[in-house]
Design a protein around this ligand. Sequence first.
Ligand code: ADP
Length: 175
Amino acid sequence: MKEKIEIIQGDITKQKVDAIVNAANTSLLGGGGVDGAIHRAAGPELLEETRKIGGCPTGEARVSKGYRLPARWVIHTVGPVWRGGRSRERELLASCYKNSLKAAVEIGAKTIAFPSISTGAYGFPLEEATEIALRETGKFLASDSNLEKVVFVCFGDQVTGVYRKLFSRFFPTGP
Ligand code: ADP
């Protein structure tokens, strides 16, 4: 199962996977960070489609086409804004991963790439967010055999370091 998980450092808009996940906001009308990068790379048709979708509640996911991206689909999920940890932030972030993985299976995607949801502008502590990402993905892959590869695309050295450290803790190698 851990063989299906890959951690890379790079730009999610360049990933040649079936679906990339966007850390969107509830309006689905684009924004900064990874959301802005995805909209710029996909082209204006993406905004036309997400405008029609009409928004997405925190913790849920919506699917659009990928337009000019190498990925065929974009799964838009809305992470929680960190408000100190007592506003169901952990549960909502776990839902983002679960619902995005479920959406990928529903559209027949075999390969999917995630950014580090909520850890930029939304302020979710990186280590805790990474634990949630790895735990939910591990659980999902253990119970569903449709997905072949889940890529965590880390933007910058800090995110990459945390993902690699926690990955080896979650999925230890050797006897
Ligand atoms: P949020 O609002 O959910 O916190 P952000 O886009 O602000 O979303 O940040 C989420 C993560 O995405 C951060 O780790 C940020 O560095 C990262 N990121 C920004 N641009 C890209 C990109 N092109 N590819 C992958 N990750 C990116």
